[in-house]
Write a protein that binds this ligand. Structure first.
Ligand code: AMP
Ligand code: GLY
Length: 416
């Protein structure tokens, strides 16, 4: 079997690492991949957003399956295009990926079908939005409608900050057309938990919970990032909360999509906030989270290809997911300066010394047979342990073996 994986970060490395456990797969290609992925797969320099380039490559190489991992190509219709060419593909079609690609659409679904979420109003006119903001209590949250590289959500402590956010998004168009519409939302409080689920259009199978750390520095200080580390499971996601979430949020989402005539096949990521009034849904993503995949996939006992096949074939109802009881902690090692400006091409040493953890490469490249940095988030080091604290101690012991100039990581992943 021959598989193409689209994407080139830590998430894609984790997907390929997991697929490699299946002996039926002879060959994996990855576009564009990275330095670490190149050890497991043939990397091809086609960007994940080059829809035509990827489709041509998939046709030429006769892949049995193409797995589309990142949000942009899903929303841009890569899966639709591959399917139209008769190529088997994993991931939602563009209309289904709208649950992530348009926050306005996501909120419409949540409100229409009674899925617990923050109260909100939608605007496509700056003046009307500004009048509304002036009538609101603060803090409040301003969100650009479309994909904005994870930066389209602005938490505003004061009315002035909210007006500034509206100007940036709607007038200055800092996120381009993604900011033609905004969602203005009630500010919620509570711990955040990510729950991912496989969905075949009818059946939805939730995975084990995970928790991300979005801020750059210890103690949740500093700017927002793509995610500085994760752990799984989340002790805050108790059996009772799990039951309520599955009923009021997870299953209701599939019913809502079906009622709207949308068949979602792929992974739905539920970004939850556990408020004092119960679990509420902040957002959907239409894919694995990064770095959530790096803690959830190492705990999944099932064969990943079999799960992907069941999703595509609509046979998830016959499937049971099985989990490693151990906890996982992933610590992200980032380039100095990230999420601001950072250097590239810095030599990384010590990866070979890591013994009790898996090193998932995110922003790395190979240069003269050595790994160098090639992005903001460079590596994710995942360890398993009997409990969270054991996994954390093991992960950090391995992190200390890896070095590069300027390296920056949080020392409190898994503590909160
Ligand atoms: P989103 O992309 O919608 O998940 O938003 C990114 C982050 O912004 C979330 O992970 C939360 O930390 C925060 N956030 C989003 N919506 C709200 C809200 N209504 N109240 C408080 N924080 C929020
Ligand atoms: N870690 C959050 C995301 O992948 O969007």
């Amino acid at each position: 079997m021959k598989i193409l994986v689209v994407g080139g970060g830590g998430r894609e490395h984790a997907i390929i690492w997991k697929l490699k456990q299946n002996k039926r797969i002879d060959e994996i290609h990855c576009a564009p991949g990275n330095g670490g992925i190149a050890q497991l797969a043939t990397c091809v320099p086609i960007q994940a957003t080059d829809i035509d380039g990827l489709t041509d490559y998939a046709k030429k190489h006769h892949f049995d399956l193409v797995i589309v991992a990142p949000d942009d190509p899903l929303y841009m219709g890569l899966v639709d295009k591959l399917q139209a060419e008769g190529i088997r593909a994993f991931g939602p079609t563009a209309d289904a990926a709208c649950i992530e690609g348009s926050k306005v659409y996501a909120k419409y679904l949540m409100q229409k079908y009674g899925i617990p979420t923050a109260a909100c109003e939608v605007f496509d006119d700056y003046d009307k939005a500004a009048i509304y903001v002036n009538s609101c209590k603060t803090p409040l949250v301003v969100k650009a409608d479309g994909l904005a590289l994870g930066k389209g959500v602005i938490i505003c402590q004061t009315t002035d900050e909210a007006i500034d956010a509206l100007k940036e998004i709607m007038v200055d168009k800092v996120f381009g057309e993604a900011g033609s519409r905004v969602v203005i939302e009630e500010f919620l409080e509570g711990p955040e938990v990510s729950v991912l689920a496989f969905c075949d259009g009818k059946t939805i199978l939730p995975m084990e919970s995970a928790q991300d750390h979005k801020r750059a520095f210890d103690g949740d200080k500093g700017p927002n990032t793509g995610g500085m580390g994760t752990f799984s499971p989340s002790p805050k996601y108790t059996d009772e909360i799990r039951k309520e979430t599955e009923e009021t949020i997870i299953r209701r989402t599939v019913e809502a999509l079906n009622a709207e005539g949308v068949c979602f096949k792929g992974i739905i990521f539920f970004g939850l906030m556990l408020t004092k009034d119960g679990p509420k849904l902040l957002e959907y993503n239409a894919r694995f989270g990064d770095p959530e995949a790096q803690v959830v996939l190492p705990r999944l006992k099932n064969d990943l290809l079999e799960v992907f096949d069941a999703v595509i074939d609509g046979t998830l109802d016959e499937f049971t997911l099985e989990w490693d009881e151990r906890s996982a902690v992933c610590v992200v090692m980032a380039s100095g300066g990230y999420p601001g400006k950072y250097p590239k091409g810095v030599r990384i040493s010590g990866i070979d010394n890591v013994r009790n953890a898996v090193v998932y490469h995110a922003g790395t490249a190979l240069k003269d047979d050595a790994f160098v940095t090639n992005g903001g988030r460079v590596l994710g080091i995942t360890a398993l342990g009997v409990d969270l604290s054991d996994a954390r101690v093991k992960a950090y012991a391995e992190v200390k073996k890896v070095q590069f100039d300027g390296v920056q990581y949080r020392t409190d992943i898994g503590i909160k």
